[in-house]
Design a protein around this ligand. Structure first.
Ligand code: MTE
Ligand code: MO
Length: 321
């Protein structure tokens, strides 16, 4: 199978390059070492894994509807768990699942602190028990111009934040992924500033569409999708949805996210989906829905404008990208 095509149809070369890191491909190859680089080269020639829907994790995959509220079809479970961005494990989206299969997600705690009255470390099992994750069918639009529609299980991040009582000086929320290079081999390559960091404005974090997800398709999250707990906000580009979170801090200054360090002109803090603002290297006007042949038009704020546009009143979203 040649570079640039797979069973999901023709895709652009920027979508099969480890596109986020196109800017430093040389550094990437150098850093990976012959062994890992070999894996990537061979993967371009290998048929895509085909696991029939309904086996493994996807056996008994459950969702309450077959489309989202705007009528977009759910991405098949099998695609949701076999096409992932999670650079801690692999730069090849189709290899992340394999590379993460032994990731240890229990025991797991999330430490919530910074400018709060009641800092606390929560056990993930307690979080799930207390906040009873519910289904939210959200579309997720990757900055690389592909997208998925996923039935997440999660609870509003705001519920957790209220519990620790943010102080009035706190303006932003900073999130951190686990740092464990033994388990996450990508962290041995200093291509990104590990651990992965993301941030939100406090009002975005408190907004009811913003969830911490602990599952999808009716089951606990698979490792490759960010087990045991990851952020999901449907109106922002996918990279804001930080995975495998261990630390949440309320802070005064805008957090510097991992991608902003790597490539500030491409990855703004807000990262609101905007079909009218091209990525410096490609158009953002349309997207390839994984599992479908036709491309879809990308909607302003990913289709969630009615709900979230008010968070950005008076802001020029082409400037605050
Ligand atoms: N820790 C961490 N979180 C991450 C990433 C990553 O590489 N590391 N990739 C991001 C990107 S670019 C996307 S598009 C989504 C992909 O989520 P999915 O694999 O569950 O579809 O996760 C985001 N969260
Ligand atoms: Mo992404």
């Amino acid at each position: 199978m040649g570079e640039g095509e797979n069973l999901m149809g023709k895709i652009h070369s920027h979508e099969i390059t480890p596109e986020h890191i196109y800017f430093s491909r040389r550094k990437f190859i150098a850093g990976m070492g012959a062994l890992v680089a070999g894996t990537i080269l061979s993967s371009a020639c290998r048929p895509q894994k085909i696991t029939p829907e309904g086996t493994g994790f996807c056996a008994g995959a459950a969702a309450s509807a077959s489309t989202d509220e705007l009528g977009a079809k759910l991405t098949p479970c099998n695609d949701v768990i076999n096409y992932n961005n999670f650079y801690e494990f692999s730069f090849d989206k189709e290899d992340v699942g394999d590379a993460a299969k032994n990731f240890k997600t229990s025991p797991w705690t999330v430490t919530v602190g910074g400018m709060v009255n009641k800092p606390r470390t929560f056990d993930i099992d307690e979080l799930v028990r207390r906040f009873s994750p519910e289904e939210r069918i959200y579309r997720m639009r990757c900055v690389e111009a592909w997208s998925m529609v996923i039935p997440w299980l999660g609870f509003p991040l705001g519920k957790l934040l209220k519990e620790v009582e943010p102080q009035s000086r706190a303006k932003y929320v900073r999130f951190e992924t686990l740092y464990n290079p033994e388990q996450m081999p990508g962290q041995k390559i200093d291509l990104l500033a590990w651990p992965y960091v993301e941030g939100l404005r406090l009002d975005e974090a408190m907004y009811n569409l913003t969830i911490l997800s602990t599952g999808l398709y009716g089951k606990p999250l698979p490792a490759q999708n960010g087990a045991p707990v990851r952020l999901v906000l449907p109106w922002k580009y996918g990279f804001k949805n930080i995975k495998s979170i261990v630390k949440i801090d309320l802070v005064e200054e805008m957090p510097v996210s991992t991608w902003a360090v790597a490539q500030p002109q491409e990855y703004g803090f807000y990262a609101n989906v905007n079909p009218e603002v091209d990525h410096p290297r490609w158009s953002q006007a349309s997207e390839r829905r994984i599992g479908e042949l036709a491309r879809a038009k990308t909607l302003m704020l990913n289709g969630y404008g009615n709900e979230v546009a008010q968070l950005y009143t008076g802001m020029d979203l082409t400037k605050f990208y």
